[in-house]
Ligand binder design. Structure first.
Ligand code: ATP
Length: 344
């Protein structure tokens, strides 16, 4: 069990800045994702925690003690990578035992821990097999079992599911969540997949251009994005942004935060609208209708700006039609057109 404090970590590669004074506290037993687009610095931060990369400045403390001076093996961490690197010449049991053997654990502990980890990941029946006789999902389970077998105080994972196909990914995601909940391991998880981060995390840190844009629970970052980047990155489809003039504290028929004038950006979640006959609603000129089964995905324009909204699945709308939408006022975000930062 461990609390991790990331304190003003900065990292440059020559003149390229990868991390700009990043600070984040991960609580004991918490699952935190570092989520962001390619090149934002999330892997670099994970590698600095692991000791595979050195920071240019700042500190990382685990349970109050700085770990930056320690070699990776003495940090009490286990890692699972994207290419999960299990050893092809070792059986599943030998693979899972690997970390324990490195620690020179006695035979009784190795046996007990291998059995426990294999059971947790539902691979007990494959202990004598070699990896080439396993499916991708089973191999991934071996990699996770190997990491958990040493009972690490912290588990670091870098895109561990990205080599799996979509269905298996979903299955493994649910399983991983269940396993880690049971183990209670403090976990830092790197991903660029927002659905994965939403599904797994207690909290998500959204990383962009070497900075943490926002940290919050999945629902918090979804409902109250701090910036336009966050609203556009979290959610599928992403949040809609409509720039509208403000007159007398009202924009698009909705009251705006106090003191906002000129123009404002309305942040509108596609499912936070209902269709209305009231022509003072937001006018949506429909371009494309996609029946997704659970919802009707409608793409069009509001005040000339492209939006995507979800309507009830059996609603009847057609391309070329104009309909009116009433947004749920409690679910709107308002952002500055200049800075992209949300008004609170
Ligand atoms: P991805 O999802 O593509 O792995 P990322 O968010 O994990 O992206 P990082 O790998 O942390 O991003 O890289 C952050 C920045 O630092 C990038 O601009 C990258 O090119 C740069 N960088 C990373 N490692 C090195 C290195 N060893 N030498 C030089 N530049 C590097």
């Amino acid at each position: 069990m461990a609390e991790i404090v990331i304190d003003s970590i900065a990292k440059s590669f020559g003149t390229a800045v990868a991390l700009r004074e990043v600070s984040l506290t991960i609580n004991d037993g918490e699952f935190v994702s570092l989520l962001g687009p390619s090149g934002c610095g999330k892997t670099t931060l994970l590698r600095i925690i692991a000791g595979l990369e050195t920071a240019s400045s700042g500190d990382i403390r685990v349970d109050g003690k700085s770990i930056l001076g320690l070699p990776p093996k003495d940090r009490g961490l286990a890692m699972v990578f994207q290419n999960y690197a299990i050893f092809p010449h070792m059986t599943v049991a030998e693979n899972i035992a690997f970390g324990l053997r490195m620690q020179k654990a006695d035979e009784a502990r190795v046996k007990a821990q291998v059995g426990k980890a294999a059971e947790l990941l539902h691979i007990s029946q494959y202990l004598d097999r070699y990896p080439n006789k396993l499916s991708g999902g089973q191999r991934q389970r071996v990699a996770v079992a190997r990491a958990l077998a040493v009972e690490p105080s912290v588990l670091l994972m870098d895109e561990p599911l990205s080599n799996l196909d979509a269905l298996l990914r979903l299955e493994m995601r649910t399983e991983l969540k269940s396993v880690l909940q049971e183990a209670g391991t403090t976990t830092v998880y790197v991903t660029h997949d927002q659905t994965e981060a939403m599904g797994l995390s207690d909290r998500i840190a959204i990383v962009y251009q070497g900075r943490i844009e926002q940290v919050g629970t999945p629902v918090d970052v979804y409902d109250n994005p701090a910036t336009r980047f966050v609203g556009g990155f979290i959610g599928s489809p992403p949040m809609n942004f409509i720039t509208i003039p403000v007159a007398d504290g009202v924009a698009g028929g909705q009251p705006v935060p106090a003191g906002v004038s000129g123009e404002v950006v309305m942040g509108l979640r596609g499912e936070a609208v209902t269709r209305t006959e009231d022509t003072s609603g937001l006018p949506l000129q429909i371009n494309v209708v996609e029946p997704m089964g659970a919802t009707l995905l409608v793409t069009g324009t509001i005040y000339g700006q492209m939006v995507r909204v979800s309507l009830p699945p059996r609603d009847t709308v057609a391309a070329g039609q104009t309909i009116y939408l009433a947004p749920d006022p409690t679910r709107l975000s308002w952002l500055s057109p200049e800075t992209g930062i949300a008004y609170q």
